[in-house]
Design a protein around this ligand. Structure first.
Ligand code: SF4
Ligand code: ZN
Ligand code: ZN
Length: 328
């Protein structure tokens, strides 16, 4: 039996690869909470007057986020928003019932939103329609379910957070997710998105609620162990679209894991490096974001219609093509 490297009194149950320390349950938990608090303080993520809308997916990371927030701020300042993406075999009633129960146990109110009711198309509807369009127009842009799912979820979170008067939207992105997104934006040469990822970035439109990611310095292997310690009920079903995830993200994830295996702590170092480097660029952001001509929500500079409306217009193309066909 090994003793914890931190308190030197209790048996170690966890090997923290990136520090090389063996930790007991309590010291592991203290290390996670301390790092989350440090991110929150360092980037002034939460102020006493904030109400935080938390995107609760039913996955372990958003549960960890909700658990930690409910420990460090008043639970009535935290509201969970759970989104039913409408994915057959994955978005199941039991998952939402479990999410509601977990929120109740943490003393956090939870709102359930159906993507179909909120936006007209859930992920399955979107993909079905998109595949129909692709049959008619084979050269159409390739779109994965995750692209629509991500954009739709962000839209719903922002919209409902605004409706309930939340001042921040918190998501459960962990260190691995955050570093992958940083690297993807570097590879794409997308400096504006790179800046937007930084915790100090500004929102540039009053309709956008500031997003925060309090567990962004916690590795995924740590959130998995923490979820196990908290007896979080892991989902047995995987999203059927996971295989169609954008290939660049999958490759970046694999490469970063290889590097991390050889040099434990590499991803954390990269996050720290990029955070401090990008902080010098925060002030060169654009003055204000334009509003989409179709839905009135903020969109990126130079765009007339937002990415969400663009995707919806794209899947309506089959109607347009069919309408142009001469009558038999
Ligand atoms: Fe959505 Fe893709 Fe995640 Fe499935 S794998 S829930 S489609 S982002
Ligand atoms: Zn200890
Ligand atoms: Zn729009």
């Amino acid at each position: 039996m090994y003793l914890c490297d931190s308190c030197r009194s209790k048996p170690a149950t966890f090997f923290q690869r990136h520090t090389g320390k063996k930790l007991c349950k309590e010291c592991f938990e203290n290390s996670i909470i301390a790092r989350v608090k440090s991110q929150i303080e360092r980037y002034s993520m939460i102020t006493p007057s904030d109400t935080i809308a938390v995107g609760v997916s039913g996955g372990k990371d958003s549960y960890i986020l909700l658990y930690i927030l409910s420990q460090i701020i008043q639970s009535d300042k935290v509201i969970g928003i759970t989104i039913d993406e409408g994915i057959s075999g994955y978005s199941r009633r039991e998952v939402f019932d479990t999410v509601k129960r977990l929120c109740r146990e943490l003393g956090v109110e939870c709102i359930y939103i159906s993507m179909k009711e909120a936006l007209g198309f859930n992920v399955d509807d979107f993909m079905k329609q998109y595949l129909e369009v692709r049959k008619l127009i084979p050269m159409i842009t390739s779109i994965s379910a995750c692209t629509y799912c991500g954009i739709a979820r962000r839209r719903i979170l922002n919209f409902y957070a605004r409706q309930i008067g939340a001042t921040k939207v918190a998501t459960g992105h962990n260190l691995d997710d955050e570093v992958q997104t940083y690297v993807i934006n570097i590879l794409r040469g997308d400096i504006m998105r790179l800046i937007q990822l930084h915790p100090l970035s500004k929102t540039h439109n009053p309709k956008l609620i500031k997003r925060i990611k309090p567990i962004r310095s916690i590795y995924e292997y740590e959130t998995s162990f923490y979820a196990y310690l908290l007896k979080y009920p892991f989902q047995e079903y995987e999203c059927p679209y996971i295989e169609t995830r954008p290939t660049l993200r999958v490759r970046v994830r694999e490469i970063l894991y290889e590097v991390e295996k050889l040099y434990p702590g590499a991803q954390l170092n990269l996050l720290e490096f990029l955070d401090s480097w990008i902080s010098c660029l925060i002030d060169i952001q654009i003055a204000s974001l334009p509003l989409c001509k179709l839905c009135g929500e903020p969109t990126s500079p130079g765009r007339d219609i937002c990415k969400f409306c663009e995707l919806i217009e794209l899947i309506k193309k089959d109607q347009k093509v069919l309408n142009k066909k001469p009558l038999q």
